[in-house]
Design a protein around this ligand. Structure first.
Ligand code: PLP
Length: 372
């Protein structure tokens, strides 16, 4: 028997739910909607026209990539995500958001990292594995009240959020981030969903470059539908942090997959790539909005969670339990899975992915009634 350093973290419950749905579907011969998942399911982005132009025998694909990522990809991110208001050397290409968060959590020297009361379970697991202390905040107003005790801590903001899918007003949120920054707190701005809903005209990240305490963790998994490619980026204004992140990234990856980098570069810069991105995003956004509107009309949306922010993201919380939805052949994840402080109340709600074809979504939700 080998001796193992056990972290105490666990694998995701969402994967287990997926396996259970497959089993139930196999036994009954009926389809179960996989709304437990966290990916865009309206329609995949069509990569074929972009891939057709890739030179698979070129250096970009065949040789080790630079440790911090392709220089041209970092530059295009600086230009298109930051309106040219930052420099490419403040951007680090990562193997997706999870890899980025892990690097940030292990590298920031802070007393603790505060998570929102309802949050993506993986944050806790990374904290556990890296031995970093965690804490919770219930609202933005609470953070404002606690400002003096937050110096030397980090606050994680996820916007649009997972599991609630809530989107805060940018201007109000910026004011909060500025106050946190000025109070000496670091802010980890985890935002893999934002770019699905905004385009190059969005100057929010450019504004955030004025707050040196803010570290942005981004991903192409959701905004470009590339969760299979494992690619994202970190942006920080702090030189010392960037240097250490680059070292740690190098010694856990030896560079990020060249094909994934080439693909993202072409999606962001070539005419065919940009057309496909636009088509994918427009259709996805439209059907997400239709699904949220339907939940609202039917009294199924848990409005009580959307008092400070609007339901807009990839997810929504509904007034039914995971088991009740399962009886209607709809996969979901109990909200209790996304909180450490509020489990009993949260168990009466479920999180669903609303990035799903509207017609089928409407058909499956037709007989569903709110139970709260
Ligand atoms: C809130 C949040 N942050 C980050 C990620 C990371 O995604 P990825 O590792 O695919 O980039 C996810 C994925 O579901 C997420 O929900």
């Amino acid at each position: 028997m080998l001796k193992v350093k056990k972290s105490g973290a666990e694998l995701s419950r969402i994967v287990q739910i997926g396996a259970r749905l497959k089993q139930l579907s196999g036994e009954s011969g009926q389809e179960y909607l996989p709304l437990n998942r966290g990916v865009n399911m309206v329609a995949p982005i069509d990569l074929r026209p972009v891939v057709a132009e890739v030179d698979f025998n070129g250096e970009a694909i065949q040789v080790y990539p630079p440790g911090a990522g392709f220089a041209r990809l970092r530059q295009v991110i600086a230009d298109r995500f930051f309106a040219g208001q930052t420099e490419a050397n403040r951007i680090l290409i990562t193997a997706g958001g999870m890899n980025g968060l892990d690097l940030i959590f292990q590298t920031l020297d802070v007393q603790k990292i505060l998570l929102p009361a309802h949050h993506w379970g993986s944050y806790n697991h990374i904290l556990t594995i890296r031995g970093v202390a965690g804490d919770t905040y219930r609202s933005h107003a609470e953070l404002e009240n606690r400002l003096p005790e937050l110096a030397g801590c980090a606050v994680l903001i996820c916007d649009p959020g997972n599991p609630l899918g809530e989107k805060y007003d940018d201007r109000e949120q910026f004011r909060l981030l500025k106050r946190l920054n000025d109070a000496g707190a670091a802010v980890i701005f985890d935002s893999p969903y934002r770019r699905l809903f905004t385009d190059e005209a969005d100057d929010y990240y450019a504004q955030l470059t004025g707050l040196p305490g803010v570290v942005i963790c981004e991903s192409f998994s959701k905004s470009l539908g590339l969760s299979g490619q494992r690619i994202g980026f970190i942006h920080s204004m702090d030189e010392a942090l960037n240097r250490e992140l680059a070292i740690r990234l190098m010694y856990c990856t030896n560079g990020i997959n060249g094909f994934a980098q080439e693909l993202v570069y072409r999606l962001l810069t070539t005419e065919v790539g940009r057309e496909e991105v636009l088509r994918f995003q427009e259709r996805t956004r439209r059907e997400i909005a239709q699904n949220i509107a339907l939940l609202r009309e039917r009294g199924l949306l848990a409005e009580e969670f959307y008092t400070e922010a609007e339901p807009e993201g990839l997810f929504a919380v509904v007034r039914c339990t995971e088991q009740e939805l399962l009886a209607h052949r709809i996969g979901s994840v109990s909200l209790a899975f996304f909180t450490r402080t509020d489990k009993e109340r949260a168990g009466r709600y479920a999180r669903i992915c609303v990035s799903f074809p509207h017609a089928k979504f409407a058909e499956y939700f037709l007989p569903v009634k709110p139970t709260i």
